[in-house]
Design a protein around this ligand. Sequence first.
Ligand SMILES: [Zn+2]
Length: 396
Amino acid sequence: MAVSVYIPTPFRKLTGNRQNVQADGASVAEVLADVDRQFPGFRALVFGQGDTVPAHINIYVNKQEITSLDGIDTQVRDGDEVAVIPAMAGGSGEDAAPPRKRIGALTPQQVDRYSRHIIMPQVGPSGQRKIMESSVLIIGAGGLGSPIAVYLALAGIGKIGIVDFDTVDISNLQRQILHQNDDIGKMKALSAKETIIAYNPDVEVVTHEAPITSDNAMEIIGRYDYVINGADNFAARYLVNDTCHFLQKPLIDGSILLFDGQVTVYLPGQGCYRCLYPSPPPPGMVPSCAEAGVLGALCGTVGTIQATEVLKLILGVGDSLHGRLLLYDALAMEFRQVRIRKDPNCVLCGEHPTVTGLIDYDAWCGGAFGHTNEEEQKAAEAAAKARDRAASAMNA
Ligand SMILES: [Zn+2]
C-alpha cells in the first residue's frame, strides 16, 4: 500500500532533501517503520529513544492529527498522506545548523541574471532563492574544485567555502580553470575567490587557507550545508568523510585519475566512503594525478556532475547519485553505474562503530603502513579486501 509521507525540512537531510517519500504499511506505525527502513535514522529522529510519539511531534493523516484518530495505529489507505511535523524547532541537530542567509524578493538584476533557472518549472523563483540561501564547502581548488566552484558561483550559491593551502603552479593550468597565468605563485584559495567574485559578485566566498586536519575539520565543515570533495589525497578523503558523518552533512564525492572518473553522493545515515572503501590503499599502490597524470577535460566532466548533484539536492528535485557510484571511462566514452550499499559492518557508520571520533589520517593513510612485515601484511590484506569490495560493488 503506497502512502505519501511528508518530510519536514529539519528531517529532510535524511531523505536527500526530498519533501515527500513513498512508503508502505497498513497503519501509521507501519508506514513510519518503512520510512525508517528506507532512510535509517528517521525513526530515531522522530521518536528519540522512546516508543511513543514525543510531545513536540505531531503526526497527521490527510491533515488530521492522529491523536484524534487511533494514534499510531491509525489505519491508512493507498493514496493517503502522512505528515510528520515537529511542533517546534526541536528536531535533533537543527540547533547546530549554520545560520542561513535569508533571501527576500529577487532584485530585477537577479531576475535577469538567473532568468534561465527561474523559467524552469523545477527551479522557479523559490528554487533560485533556495540556491541563494545555501552554503557549500569545496575541498580543494584544483582540477575538480575549479569547475565545481565556477558553476556553483554562476548558479548563485549564497556562500562558497574554499579549502586549499596550496599555491598556483604552472603545471596546474592544464586543467584548473579557476586559475590563470597571472595567478602563478598566488594562494589557490585567493585566486579562486577572485575568479568567483569576477563571475558573480553576489556570492560570498570564504577561504580556508590551511590544510584541513582533525583539529579544524569539525569547525570548518560545520559552517556549511553541503560538502563537495575534490581532495587529491586519501587522508583528506577519509577525514572529510568521517567529519561529514559526525556532522550529518551530505557529501558529494568525486575522484579522477588518467581517463577515469568516479562520482557518488553520501547522505547522512545512509552509508559513507568507508562502506565502499574500508581502508586506504598502501602508499604507492594507487598513483596520484601528480604521479600518473589526468586528462584536463575529464576534471570538467566529473566536477560538473558534482555541481549538478549539489544543485539537485538543494532544489530537492530528481534522483541523486546516492546509493550509486557513477563510473566515467573517457577512453571508451562510457558511463556505467554500480549500486553501492551501506555496510552494516562499517567501522564508522555501521551497527557497531569503532571509529567514534576523528583520528590521525596522515598516519593511518601513510606512516602507519610498512614499518614491519606484520603491518605490511595487514595493510596488504586490508587493501585486497577493499579491492574485492570495490569489485563486488562494480558487479552489483
Ligand atoms: Zn560507512
